[in-house]
Design a protein around this ligand. Structure first.
Ligand SMILES: NC(=O)c1ccc[n+]([C@@H]2O[C@H](COP(=O)([O-])OP(=O)(O)OC[C@H]3O[C@@H](n4cnc5c(N)ncnc54)[C@H](OP(=O)(O)O)[C@@H]3O)[C@@H](O)[C@H]2O)c1
Length: 300
């Protein structure tokens, strides 16, 4: 019999990827929701979703979050509601129904001043409102439903709005003459770009292996945003466009960024569901129907 799944946040990058991964045989999505229809922080709305599916779902994946890091600094209540209260409400609903929860968190729970990849048992010390609210969400989930899976990931790209799409847009603008000169991209933050499709596959794989607790899941290799922009422009046929190297401090952004955001993924690799190198994943993304280049082809 097929396993039964609920997806929270199904319109986001990860939610859409989960929808595709779970379309295969042996799995059935019994409910999927997002804002504005259902707010994960609204216990009554969440209870109604769980009631409507009849038999309890085997698995619930929370891909919903307030992910706009700078807005989280000024909209702290909304960030806390989506990133901390929402996961708690879902965890409590899962316990009541007997469903297993996978919750997704972030590299931003760490301070970002290390020089070795962060392991699952390293101490979180977030420097931004986004990171702090996501950390509270993790803690609430593991306190309410200790059997849950909590997956921390980083620098996600997939169907939807993301950094790669923005860089392709800047490349196009230089081609059509609406912008000129080199791009400027920060080169002093290091992390692991992660393809939502790969992440979704790993989350499903970990749940189906009955994994619980914290796991770091990101594509392999390390990049700066400059590296990711360079690979994107090269793959998109804009290799002649130059990119200046900027420093995070010079941007004066509302939210501080962790400069070192590299997650150690050896725990998930030991489970046999570790992810491939980020460059390969970026190429696949740009060649896919999900890409900001869809229909125009990758030129190299
Ligand atoms: N994106 C990244 O680079 C990144 C990095 C590390 C970790 N993560 C984590 O990975 C997960 C998936 O990220 P993503 O990139 O797929 O995010 P995303 O594209 O921003 O999608 C999140 C979805 O959740 C919805 N949402 C927000 N608040 C909600 C609420 N209270 N109730 C129901 N739905 C709500 C959003 O709706 P609206 O658009 O209407 O707000 C959006 O459709 C999140 O937990 C995120 O924190 C992401």
């Amino acid at each position: 019999m097929a396993t039964r799944w609920i997806i929270a946040g199904n319109n986001g990058q990860l939610g859409r990827a989960l929808t595709r991964v779970l379309a295969g045989p042996g799995r059935k999505i019994v409910a999927a929701f997002d804002l504005p229809e259902v707010d994960i922080a609204d216990p009554e709305a969440v209870a109604a979703v769980f009631a409507d599916v009849g038999d309890p779902a085997d698995f619930v994946v929370n891909a919903a979050a307030f992910t706009q890091v700078d807005r989280c600094e000024t909209e702290r209540e909304a960030a806390y509601r989506a990133n901390a209260i929402g996961p708690k409400v879902l965890a409590e609903a899962c316990v009541a129904a007997g469903s297993r929860l996978a919750h997704v968190s972030t590299d931003y729970v760490f301070r970002g001043d290390a020089c070795e990849p962060y392991k699952e048992d390293d101490t979180p010390d977030p420097v931004s409102a986004y990171g702090a609210t996501k950390r509270e969400g993790e803690s609430f989930v593991l306190a309410a439903a200790p059997d849950s899976l909590v997956v921390r990931t980083s620098w996600v790209f997939g169907e939807g709005r993301n950094f790669i799409g923005a860089i392709v847009g800047q490349g196009r603008a230089r081609r059509d003459g609406s912008a000129t000169g080199p791009l400027s991209v920060v080169d002093d933050q290091r992390g692991r770009p992660t393809y939502a499709e790969d992440l979704a596959g790993a989350i499903v794989g970990l749940l189906e292996q009955d994994c619980r607790g914290l796991y770091h899941v990101a594509n392999a290799g390390v990049a700066s945003w400059w590296d990711l922009a360079r690979v994107t422009l090269d793959l998109a046929g804009f290799s002649d466009i130059e990119i200046d190297r900027a420093r995070t401090a010079d941007l004066d952004l509302p939210a501080p960024r962790p400069l070192w955001s590299v997650l150690d993924c050896s725990k998930v690799e030991a489970r046999g569901v570790g992810l491939r190198n980020w460059q390969e994943a970026v190429r696949d993304y740009l060649e896919s129907d999900l890409s900001p280049l869809a229909g125009q082809g990758v030129t190299q």
